[in-house]
Structures are given as C-alpha cells and as structure tokens.
Design a protein around this ligand. Structure first.
Ligand SMILES: Cc1ncc(COP(=O)(O)O)c(C=O)c1O
Length: 440
C-alpha cells in the first residue's frame, strides 16, 4: 500500500509499536487506492477510482449538490430518509397520536433501540449502547462511573489520565469529575498513556482520533496497557465511529462515548451515545441517575433503583425529534461493512495527499496527519506555511465550492466521509486549494 509522500510533521509523541485498530485494508480490498502508473493525471486516476468504488451508489442516499463537502467530520450531510420520517413523526406520531406515541410509536424505548444500531458500527453487541444527551454529558457519566468502579476495587486510585490534546470539553468535564471523586487530572499524550498508567490511575480518557490532526490512536494496545495497570479506559469515538472499525467488545473496552452528527449523519445536535461494557453494567453507578434510568420509572418511587443494562445510562426524557431523525439517518448503513468504509477512507485520504503534492506549490502547506495508515483517521489536516493565511484560504475555498474547516491558528481540516465523498471531488478540492494558494 503506498503512503502519501507529502511530508508529515510529527505531532506529539509517536505511538510506539502501535497495533492497527482492527484489520487494515490491503491493496486488494475494495476502495484501496494504489497510485496509477507514473504520469497518470490525477483527474484520470479519480475517474478510475470512482468507477471501482463499491460505495459509490450510497451517495444517492444523501442530499448533496455540486459543493465538495469535506466537513462531514464536523456535521454530516443530510440523509434523504430523514425529512419524510421527521414529517411523519411530527404530523402523525405527535400531531395525531400525541401521548400514545410514547408506547405505540416506540418513543420510550428509542434510546436503547437506536443504541443497538450504533453498537453494530462500533463493534459492540446489543444491550450496551444507549443514545441520548450530548457527548459532554456522556463523558461526565462515563468518567465518574469509571472512577467509582476503579475505586471500589480497593486500591487507592486518585488520578485521571487525560489525553493532553483532547477536544477541550473532555478536559473540562474530567476536571470537574476529578473534583467530585477526590482525584486529580494528569494530562498525558495519548500515545504515552500505556507507559504513564500506574497503580494510582483510576481512569484514562482518550480520543480515538485526534480532532485536530486526524491521528488515530492505538485503541487495542492502550486498552490492554490500562487494564494491566488495574485501571479503566474511556474512549471518545467522535472522530472514528462511522469512519473506521472500532471493535469495542473485541478489545475489551470499558466505556466509550461519541457523537452522531459527524460520520453518522444524525443532524445538528443529534443525540450522543454511551457504551458501558456488559461486565461493568451491574456496577455502573451513574452520577446523573435520572428517572429514565430507574428500574420502574412509572412507579414514581422516592428511592432510586437503577435499571439493568444500557438503560442505566439514560437520564431524563429523550429528545424524540432528534433521536428519531438519527434512527432514520442510520438506515444508510444497512448492508455496509465498516471494513469497506475504512478501505475507502484510506483511499480518499491517500489520494487527497497525492493530489495536494501534485498541485500545490512546494512549501505552502504541510500535512500534520500521519502518513501511516495505522495512525490515520478519516481527515487530513494541512498546516499553512504563511502566518495568518489559513482562515482566509478556507474562506476562499468555501466561496469556490470546497467546504472544509479552519482550526486556529493555521490548520485547514478536510474530512472525508466514505459514504458520500467521491474521488473526483477530492481531486477538485486539491486543485482549487492550489489555485487559491497560487493566487494568494
Ligand atoms: C472529540 C470530541 N469530543 C467531544 C465533542 C463535544 O461533543 P458535544 O458537543 O456533543 O458535547 C466533540 C465535538 O465536536 C468532539 O469532536
């Protein structure tokens, strides 16, 4: 498998001996992007890759136009199944059935029913994932509950290791969780968690894919190292779920959280999810024991008795409109093997890096996304060489119909959603980027 040759900057500690997160695609798998013969024009190569793409037809399941949309790592595109489903939920289930819909339309059980659909995409068996609340709220539930489990084991554990490059909300929440549980937060590079974890660690909170650089962290190896030290691990899957195999059950992950508005296309503000491994469920002591997680919610008892299973992760009344929009959005995954998605994701990012190298004048951008497939998620982050230009470069790209995003101070982020991004679009994005930089 060829790697993109555009130079990558080191971004923090390099993972040592990182195992691939699940099976890595080979050149013979669908979607793998071997470069064409030397001299092949990128546009010709794009046509060849699009023709061979087994996921190509999936694009029709989304509402898209001729904008090159490379921001699905922030907000996924609208699946066509969502508007008619939402119209029915509003007009019939709410408008006509009203309160009967909690039961007759399956509203009450939607969080765990839809949780099972998400579960398949992150390698979890049924009964372990529940959707609801935001990722931030689920980070809180997961970290506090994980510390409580670790501390119940008897040993004195008073540290929470937090990925030092984490999306900020995880760090803020971990600080508060630490204050509540008598712990302190210790920031650690995600790649260093296996060596930093020790007898005082209660929990490690790690991002599977770094939101800024697109670096994929070693979930199997890190999880095993944290377990060897007697601690628990909470994974934030926001930037990996729906883009690559996660294998929560296979790798013995304790708890995980993620959002559904990126690669799962659930829509703005779509509910997040919480995974609690079956083995931990009886001891999962939620810091937000709302009535929806009660064993008998309509018993209206004054004493709290937690429900069994994933339901224990619920809090209050679910946001039914967003939750059912997510359910409809997840239909596009029917029959889609996540391995095919991963193969295409790597092919897209490989191809984008090759096109950038071909088109963009040398020295204008530098990739901060790892070259090695085992360390790459589904986005490419390019650092602009000229100080202060990245914001305007992205604004101009958007004006010319190529939508990525800008992370201060100098990073251009491009997300590749295998279900709807095509290779010709990737070629166009790199070509327009080169034009903008040449003219700037
Ligand atoms: C890695 C990561 N964690 C957490 C969040 C925050 O999610 P929420 O706004 O659902 O709390 C995000 C949002 O983009 C994210 O990228």
């Amino acid at each position: 498998m060829s790697d993109a040759t555009i130079p990558a900057e080191p971004t923090g500690t390099e993972p040592t001996g990182a195992e691939p997160t699940g099976a890595e695609p080979t050149a013979t798998q669908p979607g793998a992007a071997e470069p064409g013969p030397p001299g092949t024009a990128p546009a010709d190569e794009a046509a060849r890759l699009d023709a061979a793409d087994p996921l190509r037809a999936k694009r029709d399941a989304f509402t898209l136009d001729d904008t090159v949309y490379l921001d699905g790592n922030s907000l996924g595109a609208l699946p066509r199944a969502v508007p008619p489903r939402l119209a029915d939920v509003v007009a019939r289930e709410w408008g006509q059935l009203r309160i009967r819909s909690w039961e007759e339309s399956g509203w009450w059980t939607a969080p765990e029913r839809i949780g099972d659909r998400v579960a398949r995409l992150v390698g979890a068996g049924p009964g372990q994932v529940v959707v609801g609340d935001s990722t931030s709220v689920n980070v809180f539930k997961a970290v506090v509950a994980a510390v409580r489990i670790a501390q119940e084991r008897g040993a004195h554990r008073d540290q929470i290791l937090v990925d030092e490059a984490t999306f900020p909300t995880d760090g803020y929440i971990a600080e508060s969780a630490a204050r509540m549980t008598g712990c302190t937060v210790r920031p650690v590079a995600a790649g260093d968690v296996p060596t930093a974890v020790g007898a005082r660690t209660a929990v490690a909170l790690v991002n599977h894919v770094d939101y800024r650089t697109g670096r994929l962290h070693d979930l199997p190896g890190t999880t095993a190292a944290v377990h060897a030290a007697g601690a628990l691990v909470v994974w934030d899957l926001c930037h990996s779920a729906g883009a690559l195999p996660v294998g929560l059950d296979a790798h013995g992950v304790d708890l995980a959280v993620g959002c559904t508005y990126k690669y799962l296309n659930g829509g703005p503000g779509a509910p997040a999810y919480l995974y609690v491994a079956q083995a931990h469920q009886p001891r999962f002591d939620s810091p937000l024991p709302g009535w929806n997680s009660h064993a008998d919610p309509f018993g209206m008892a004054s004493a709290y008795t937690p429900a069994d299973g994933a339901v224990r992760g619920r809090v209050g009344t679910p946001d039914i409109l967003s939750t059912l929009a997510l359910e409809a959005a997840l239909e596009v995954w029917d029959g889609v093997p996540i391995e095919d998605v991963r193969a295409k994701s790597l092919a897209l990012t490989d191809f984008f890096l090759r096109c950038v190298e071909t088109y963009v004048p040398a020295g204008r951008v530098r990739s901060i996304t790892p070259v090695a497939h085992a360390e790459r998620g589904s986005q490419v982050a390019l650092r602009c060489a000229a100080a202060g230009e990245a914001g305007e470069v992205m604004a101009e790209l958007v004006r010319r119909g190529v939508v990525g995003d800008f992370r201060r101070p100098d990073v251009l982020r491009f997300g590749f959603t295998p279900l709807y991004t095509g290779f010709a679009e990737v070629e166009r994005a790199a070509r327009v980027l080169a034009d903008v930089l040449k003219e700037g």
